[in-house]
Every structure is written in structure tokens, then in C-alpha cells.
Design a binder for this molecule. Structure first.
Ligand code: ADP
Length: 392
């Protein structure tokens, strides 16, 4: 079956077409568009390109389209991308303004342009459905909780891939099988506990604790605005700062929202860029604000990782993924510094040599395995969509 995975940003569209069967999975085509104004036009162009390039002889061969939807009001999991999904995305559009409107628009366009393909949504929150309540609940009045204000967690597809792949790399095929079938069969404890802390560090970042292949908690909370400082989003911020900043700086709610989503994070801290390569170059040239920006990112990554180390009661693997985690040995080394007491010891040469590829970067005598695992969210999507379509 041909499964198309559609990745929709507020001004971008990326796709990857997979051939999926019970025993085999491979990529037939991929591509993307930046500065998108009209999703319909680029979707048609992508389908034309796949036909002309021979990936499909006709677009009607595509059996399903998978969408990595972020946050739905009262909805999660892997579900048909129907009216209920559109309502759920629109119901939380303000909470995920960079993501939800783009997915709602893209799903509508696909259903019109490619009605023969089944549209399936896999919510990024799905990986967190078994997180213990104590780790999802904010200490807010009951009415806030009833309005849906709780920790949800994001980057679910990415951390799920890490759960599967780290278990395989550790030789724990039993846990890898549980992680793969999580959305069909739920979590299960098999053999000795397997404890992983997964750092997804990229354009947006999160740290997740994983036990027996299922999440026990994550740094992102109610919105993708929380947790670690991100490219240009603020990350965790004391709720008392919002009303105070409004008065002290004379900012409207809209000003504050814009500044915290577009002018915060690495960009806000460094005043230079939202791209870690440029911030690092400035730091190396002696810029103090750039140094502080990177120190904050490292500090926050360690703060979250350490909280899961306690919750898990120990660690078997510590992993790095996504654009920043895969490509910046200096940052991995800073995050792991001084953790030998906890069993984490990096091999400097292995670490330095690893950029954008899968590798073990721990020292031979490190009790905890440290891995770099390239993100593969699209594959998780394609597999879930294929499982859903072959199950019913
Ligand atoms: P997104 O979360 O938008 O999918 P990515 O996971 O691709 O983003 O991460 C993008 C970020 O990763 C960039 O902003 C940049 O900071 C960093 N990055 C990407 N490629 C490299 C590289 N080759 N070297 C260093 N940093 C990189």
C-alpha cells in the first residue's frame, strides 16, 4: 500500500511517500515547499511530480495520507481525519497557532484533491496517553482542568521512534515490540525495566522519559510553547510574569503572544538568530549573549533530563535526536558533563565524529548507553497509518 505522509507547517509543506507492506517498507518519493501561500497548489504540484517521476502511475494509487497533527481539543490517538478531527484542531487553534490551522487547512485540501485516499491523523499527544496523572496535572482550580488545561506533551512520533529504536539497539526486542504496538495494544511490562531519556532538540525541543517503551512524562505541557527554550518560542515561563509584563512594559495580550512565540527562545536570548549554528559561531567569536543562550539551552535540557532520571529510578539509555541533537557534538558533551556518577560517560572521539547519523557515543565503560538516533517521524506515521488500515 502506498502511504503519503504530509508534514504541514504554517508556511511549508513537506511530503514523503512510502510503499508499505507487512514485511517491507521503503521511501518512493519525497519533497517539500517553502513560503507556501496556497496549500492546494503545492499539493497538486507534489502529486504531479510523483506521477511524472514514476513513484506512482496515477495519484489514485495512494491508499492513505497520514497527518502528524499536533493538539486536538478532547481528541488524541490515531484516528480518521474527519470532521471531528477538524473540530478538535480548530477548538485548540489558539493553543497551537503555528500548527493547528495549517493542518486543518491541509486536511481539507487533501480530502478535496485526493478523495480516494483515506485521511488519517496521528496526534503528537498520542504517545503520552499513559503518562501517570500526577505528571500531567497542573495545580489549577478544577474549572481550569475541566477546560482542558493540563500537560499534553508533543513530539510524540519522534519520541516513539526513539523508544522503539533505543530498545532495539540495547538488544531488548521484547520492549521494542511493545513500543511498536503501543497504540494497538497499550503499554506492557516485559522483563527487566528499560529506562530511556530522549532529548529531541531541534527547531522545537523536548525531553521525554520512557519506561518499557511508553512515556512517563515530558517537558512540554499544555502548548508547544512550554518546556525547553526553542528556536523562537519561550519555553517554560512563570505564569506570574504575564500579567506583570503586560503592566510594566505596556504590552497587550496580542503583543505578549507575538513576542513569546516569535521573539523568544534562542533568538530572544541571543538577539542574533534562531539557528543554533549562527548562535554558536557568535559565541565562539566571544559574544556574551550568544554564550548565555546556549548555556540556558544546556541547563534546561539537563534540568528536564534529571527530573526523569529520578522518576525512572535509573537509566539504561540517554538519546539525542533532531536537527540540534544530531549535529552538535559540543552540545551533547555539555549536556552529559559531570554525569559519570549517574553512569553516563561520553567517548569524546565517537561523539565528535557523529553528525546526523546513528551512533553510540558512550565510552566503553559507560553504564548508560548514549546514542544519537536520527529522527524518523515520517516512518512512525506511515507505520501507524498502515496498521490502522490493515486492522479495519
Ligand atoms: P524542526 O523542529 O523545525 O523540524 P529540525 O529538527 O530540523 O527542526 O532542527 C532545526 C535546527 O537544527 C536548526 O534551527 C539548527 O539550529 C539545527 N541544525 C540543523 N542542521 C544542523 C547542522 N548541520 N549543524 C548544526 N545545527 C543544525
Amino acid at each position: 500500500m502506498k502511504v503519503l505522509v504530509a508534514n504541514l507547517g504554517s508556511t511549508s509543506f513537506k511530503y514523503r511517500l512510502f510503499e508499505m507492506s507487512a514485511g517491507e517498507e521503503h521511501v518512493l518519493a519525497e519533497g517539500g515547499y517553502e513560503r507556501v501561500e496556497d496549500y492546494g497548489a503545492v499539493i497538486n504540484d507534489a502529486l504531479d511530480t510523483m506521477e511524472k517521476g514514476g513513484a506512482v502511475s496515477s495519484r489514485s494509487e495512494i491508499g492513505a495520507v497520514g497527518f502528524k497533527t499536533v493538539l486536538g481539543r478532547n481528541l488524541s490517538g490515531c484516528v480518521d481525519a474527519d470532521e471531528k478531527v477538524l473540530e478538535a484542531l480548530e477548538g485548540f487553534a489558539e493553543v497551537a497557532p503555528a500548527h493547528n490551522p495549517a493542518y486543518a487547512a491541509g486536511i481539507r485540501q487533501f480530502r478535496e484533491i485526493l478523495p480516494s485516499a483515506r485521511a488519517v491523523a496521528l496526534f503528537e499527544t498520542a504517545f503520552y496517553q499513559w503518562v501517570p496523572e500526577a505528571a500531567t496535572r497542573y495545580a489549577v482550580p478544577e474549572s481550569w482542568h475541566a477546560a482542558g488545561i493540563r500537560r499534553y506533551g508533543f513530539h510524540g512520533a519522534s519520541h516513539k521512534f526513539i523508544a522503539e529504536r533505543s530498545a532495539e539497539l540495547l538488544g531488548r526486542d521484547d520492549v521494542a515490540a511493545v513500543a511498536r504496538g503501543l497504540y494497538q495494544s497499550g503499554p506492557r511490562e516485559v522483563g527487566q525495566p528499560l529506562r530511556v531519556v530522549s532529548c529531541h532538540l531541534g527547531g522545537s525541543s523536548s525531553v521525554t522519559g520512557i519506561r518499557y517503551g511508553a512515556a512517563i512524562g515530558t517537558s512540554m505541557g499544555f502548548s508547544p510553547q512550554s518546556g525547553l527554550p526553542q528556536n523562537n518560542r519561550v519555553g517554560d515561563l512563570d505564569s506570574g510574569a504575564i500579567p506583570y509584563a503586560g503592566k510594566a512594559l505596556g504590552l497587550s495580550m496580542a503583543d505578549m503572544e507575538r513576542q513569546l512565540t516569535k521573539e523568544g527562545g534562542l533568538l530572544g536570548l541571543s538577539g542574533i538568530s534562531n539557528d543554533i549554528r549562527e548562535v554558536k559561531a557568535a559565541r565562539d567569536a566571544g559574544d556574551e549573549k550568544a554564550r548565555l543562550a546556549l548555556d540556558v539551552l544546556v541547563h534546561e535540557t539537563r534540568r528536564w533530563a534529571s527530573s526523569f532520571l529520578f522518576s525512572l529510578g535509573g537509566l539504561d539509555a540517554f538519546t539525542f535526536t533532531a536537527g540540534i541533537g544530531e549535529n552538535n557534538p559540543w552540545l551533547r558533551s555539555a549536556v552529559c558533563e559531570g554525569l559519570e556518577e549517574f553512569g553516563v560517560k561520553i567517548d569524546p572521539e565517537r561523539n565528535e565524529a557523529c553528525k546526523g547519523v546513528e551512533a553510540e557515543i558512550s565510552a566503553a565503560d559507560s553504564k548508560v548507553k548514549v546514542y544519537v538516533i536520527p529522527a524518523n517521524e515520517e516512518l512512525v506515521l506511515a507505520r501507524e497509518v498502515f496498521r490502522k488500515l490493515t486492522a479495519n
